[in-house]
Write a protein that binds this ligand. Structure first.
Ligand code: ADP
Ligand code: ADP
Length: 234
């Protein structure tokens, strides 16, 4: 696992070529090795843009981001490599519908890491066990519930042995009864010492797992502290 360091990050969007939206304004944030940091704040406050900048799904307007000693914002850095090393789980699961659960998980290790089929499948089964879905290896995504699909998506990210994991509202698209099964997997990852940066509205998760909670408003980091500090004072 690794440390994520965001330094003085700003991101402007030009909407319709006219209005400039300052989505993130001079934000600095460190997620130390093995830490869990949760970003909270109102809709449109820049949470997702900040998160997506870490693996350069958004190109920052200014500022720097480091994963350990690699500057991902350096134009010379190979972004494909960064995206291999930083796992990301989205609100929508984005599984390949025509592939089995097992093949969804083995695809990247086989294609990108050149892992042989047997090793990739062994790894996939271990990860499926970890997310409680070993019996679904041969299923297709459309045979699974939303919660199960999201757990497969997490397993698929983990198969690349990422240095850190990003989560962008991973439970927001799920029916209430499925949220807990996904949060339990995320909680287990947190306890395992996975470096995690998340945008989530699940305050119970933040209380239970976060080392730090960061509050954003209008593109700025307004406040940060432990869950106790952030949630107890008036
Ligand atoms: P949050 O995740 O907190 O809801 P976002 O990071 O998604 O906030 O958005 C921050 C601001 O940037 C919002 O005003 C949003 O409308 C704007 N924004 C996000 N993505 C784009 C885009 N691709 N083009 C233009 N504006 C965008
Ligand atoms: P958009 O389609 O608006 O650009 P998406 O959230 O759909 O935004 O994803 C942006 C790109 O990132 C897509 O090409 C997607 O395939 C890619 N992507 C998906 N998963 C990952 C990941 N784990 N790490 C990096 N990039 C990813």
């Amino acid at each position: 696992m690794a440390k994520i360091e965001i330094k003085n990050l700003s991101k402007d969007f030009v909407a319709n070529g006219i209005k400039t939206v300052h989505a993130v304004k001079n934000a600095s944030l460190t997620v130390n090795d093995g830490e869990v940091v949760v970003i909270i704040g109102p809709s449109g406050s820049g949470k997702s843009t900040l998160l997506r900048s870490v693996n350069m799904l958004e190109t920052p307007t200014s500022g720097q981001i480091f994963i350990d000693d690699i500057e991902v914002t350096d134009p010379k850095t190979d972004l494909r490599k960064v995206r291999e090393e930083v796992g990301m789980v989205f609100q929508s699961f984005n599984l390949f519908p025509h592939l089995t659960v097992l093949d969804n998980i083995t695809l990247a290790p086989r294609k990108v890491l050149k892992m042989d089929k047997a090793s990739a499948e062994k790894l996939a089964l271990e990860l499926l066990e970890k997310v409680g879905l070993k019996d679904k290896a041969k299923s297709h995504p459309n045979q699974l519930s939303g919660g199960q699909q999201q757990r497969v998506a997490i397993a698929r990210s983990l198969a690349m042995n990422p240095k850190a994991m990003l989560f962008d509202e991973p439970t927001s698209a799920l029916d209430p009864e499925m949220i807990k099964e996904v949060l339990d997997v995320m909680l287990a990852l947190a306890k395992d010492g996975t470096t995690m940066l998340l945008v989530t509205h699940e305050m119970g998760f933040a209380r239970a797992a976060a080392d730090k909670v960061v509050f954003m408003d209008s593109g700025e980091i307004i406040e940060e502290g432990s869950p106790e500090e952030m949630f107890t004072h008036p």
